[in-house]
Design a protein. Structure first.
Length: 212
């Protein structure tokens, strides 16, 4: 009876010691995994990449420079996830002899071709129908640009602009050249120039002087 009493009394201590040995053995198999997640195409670090341990159901997030550090066991599967890149697994080798391991994991870009979407500035079907009926089919960007670049439009805009340094220099240079050309004689008067009159009559006959 005394033997049984002492046996039952020592059982909790024996079980605790065995569990402690199992925990020590498990801790001895743990590996510190550290590394950097980078892009395969640009070799740039991927900040805040998610590293999820599927075996242990735990995960960590890399820092701004893509650096991460986690604890795992040999054979665990780590999933690296980053926006715009494919989620790829990484299996920790079971042949590691050291309890520390460093890796550089590359993620491939995941390109998606999304169909074109045209956004129209009409809040309802009624507004769209009214705009469609009143639409000018030939009032495209090219025709609007042609109107803006026409001679009349450019002359109207130029009349509102102040004279800059280059225009002032050109005017002064032309006046000086005319003065040197007509030095010692009367200034040129195109009203008495027969070539100017001939050109005016020719343009009038060809219809170049008619209003557009």
């Amino acid at each position: 009876m005394k033997f049984l009493f002492f046996f039952f009394l020592l059982m909790p201590f024996i079980g605790a010691s065995q569990l402690q040995e199992i925990d020590l053995k498990a801790d001895s198999n743990m590996i510190q995994i550290s590394g950097v997640a980078i892009s395969e195409s640009t070799l740039e670090p991927l900040p805040y990449t998610t590293i999820f341990n599927k075996t242990e159901r735990k995960g960590v997030i890399a820092d701004y420079f893509g650096f991460f550090s986690t604890v795992a066991f040999p054979g665990d599967t780590l999933y690296f996830s980053y926006y715009g890149h494919k989620t790829e697994p990484y299996i920790i080798p079971d042949s590691l002899t050291d309890n520390r391991y460093s890796i550089i994991h590359m993620l491939r870009e995941d390109t998606l071709n999304i169909p074109e979407v045209t956004v129209y500035p009409w809040p309802s079907r009624e507004d769209f129908a009214r705009a469609f009926v009143e639409m000018e089919p030939y009032d495209d960007a090219l025709r609007r640009a042609q109107r803006q670049l026409s001679g009349e439009s450019l002359a109207f805009v130029a009349a509102k602009l102040d004279t800059d340094a280059s225009l002032s220099y050109g005017t002064a240079y032309n006046a000086r050249s005319t003065k040197l050309y007509t030095n010692g004689q009367l200034p040129v008067n195109n009203l008495l120039n027969p070539y100017s009159w001939a050109k005016l009559i020719k343009d009038w006959k060809e219809g170049k002087l008619s209003r557009q």
